[in-house]
Each structure stands twice: as C-alpha cells, then as structure tokens.
Design a protein. Structure first.
Ligand SMILES: O=C(O)CCC(=O)C(=O)O
Length: 275
C-alpha cells in the first residue's frame, strides 16, 4: 500500500480507491453482522424504499453501539491507522458508522450530496471509508464521486435521501443553496467511480459530492458500510439543521451535550488510535 500516492490522490481528487485493503476474515464476519442488523432494524434506521416498491434500500447509523462485530471492525481493523496516516493526525476518534444496503431490484438512488453539511462538525481532518461486502458495479449502485468537488468552496444544503424520513424540514433550516442538478448536466462533470470486490475500499473527503444509482441487478446485493473517522482539528458545531436534530438520533444518542468548539473526544466518539 503506497500511502503517499493514496494521500496525493485523496487530496487532489477528494476520493481514491484502495484494492485489497480489508482482510478476508473481516468480510465474512461483517457480512453476517450486516444480515443480523437487516433482520433487526435499529431505532435510527430508515427504510428509504417506499412499501409499494420492489427491493430495499436500508440505512442505519451508529451500529457499533449495538453490534460487537461492527465495533470490532471500526475500532480494531487497519482502518483507524489508515485514517491517521491519510489525515496526518496524531489521534483518531471514531465519528460513526452508517450502513447503506441496496438489495437487488432497488430503484432508489442516493441523491448527490456532500457529507459535512449534515454533520455538527467543524474541521478538515475528517474522512469516510466506503466498504462494500459484495461485488459492487455500476449496475448495482457503485458510488460516484465528482472529482475535485471538495475544492469548489461550496457548502450545499443536505439532500434528504427520502421524502418520508422527516429530514427535509430539518435540512431546510440551514438556508443553504441546494446541490445543483447534476444528473441533467452529467457531461459537465468529471465523475470517478470504481467497481469494487469485497476487500476493496474507497476513501472520500467530507466535501466531495457523491451519490449512487439504485441496484438494478436481479440477484446481486449491495451491502455498503461507510465509516467516518475524525482527526486532530475537528470540533463540535451546534449550527441548526444537522442530522442530530432528528428525533431518531435523540433515541440512540440521548447523552449528546457538546458545546460549539468542544472536542468530540468522549465515550460517544472514542479515541481509537494514537500515532
Ligand atoms: O452508499 C451510497 O449509496 C452513498 C454513500 C454515502 O453517501 C457515503 O458514504 O457518504
């Protein structure tokens, strides 16, 4: 693994891929863990696919708090150290994990968005790994990224992944410009996307625009997990309209009580790596 090249590509493009980054034993353990979660949805989980549609787009958050395999993977795999090296941080805290499963025949896309506006955070030392636990292709909803968009100097309003989740109203409180209509002008954008085998990962910057199509396969699943890590310069930001304003998050994070400018270092966002 060439860390300098990974850092270079991540910094220039806002996203990069690493092949064979995850050991096979994690893949097996996590496939089982994900299926357990799918059978036992959590308090903050969201079914993005409307009842009348085929397929299933399932979202869930902070899995590490209720499943030992998710916690082990997030804390004890090679990912925290990799985050530290890419971000050049002395310490890495875990922000949260987010499950994004698109079963076969799911037509719901993930809208174009960038992540930071959803989060009560300030800082640059933040990254997400996207780990696929199936073979992921364009047809099954491989995530697409707009090359270099993390350097546009934009902070777009969060886009709601589904109309029925209650987020639409929350996100409007921010008064930000919406993400432009990228799909109607797709030729104007430089899109990066990779087919992935289990074990491959992508790494993306919190301001790079990204989204995905549905899973149009009739038999191949798309089980994806995004893991968000934060480094040295990250502090709490209490601006209104971030995802924690949703009642669902109050169910799973009742103890949230940070003030603007505070470090997140705590039992909720634990320090899991030091250089
Ligand atoms: O899995 C997807 O479709 C979108 C992933 C995403 O938005 C993220 O990893 O931040």
């Amino acid at each position: 693994m060439n860390i300098d090249k990974i850092k270079h590509d991540y910094n220039i493009n806002g996203v990069t891929v690493i092949r064979n980054a995850i050991d096979a034993h994690w893949i097996k353990e996590m496939q089982t863990a994900i299926d357990t979660i799918l059978d036992n949805p959590g308090l903050a989980s969201i079914e993005y696919t409307p009842n009348q549609n085929k397929g299933r787009y399932y979202g869930d958050f902070f899995l590490w708090m209720r499943n030992k395999s998710f916690k082990d993977f997030a804390f004890n795999s090679n990912l925290p150290q990799l985050a530290g090296k890419i971000l050049d941080s002395n310490n890495i805290n875990f922000f949260y994990d987010q499950l994004l499963v698109k079963e076969p025949n799911t037509k719901e896309p993930t809208p174009w968005h960038h992540d930071l506006p959803y989060w009560p955070l300030n800082g640059n030392d933040i990254l997400s790994f996207w780990v696929g636990f199936d073979t992921v292709t364009k047809n099954t909803g491989a995530v697409k990224y707009i090359k270099g968009s993390h350097k546009w100097g934009k902070f777009y309003a969060p886009a709601s992944f589904s109309k029925k989740t209650g987020y639409d109203d929350i996100y409007k409180r921010m008064g930000l410009d919406p993400v432009p209509d990228i799909n109607s002008n797709i030729d104007n954008y430089n899109i990066l996307s990779w087919d992935l085998e289990p074990g491959d990962i992508t790494i993306h910057h919190p301001l790079v625009l990204h989204g995905s199509s549905g899973n149009f396969s009739t038999n191949i699943r798309r089980r994806g997990l995004a893991l968000r890590y934060i480094g040295d310069d990250v502090t709490w930001d209490d601006r209104p309209g971030t995802f924690i304003s949703n009642e669902k998050f109050k169910n799973i994070l009742p103890q949230l009580n940070f003030k603007k400018g505070e470090s997140l270092n705590s039992a909720l966002f634990p320090k899991i790596w030091t250089c």
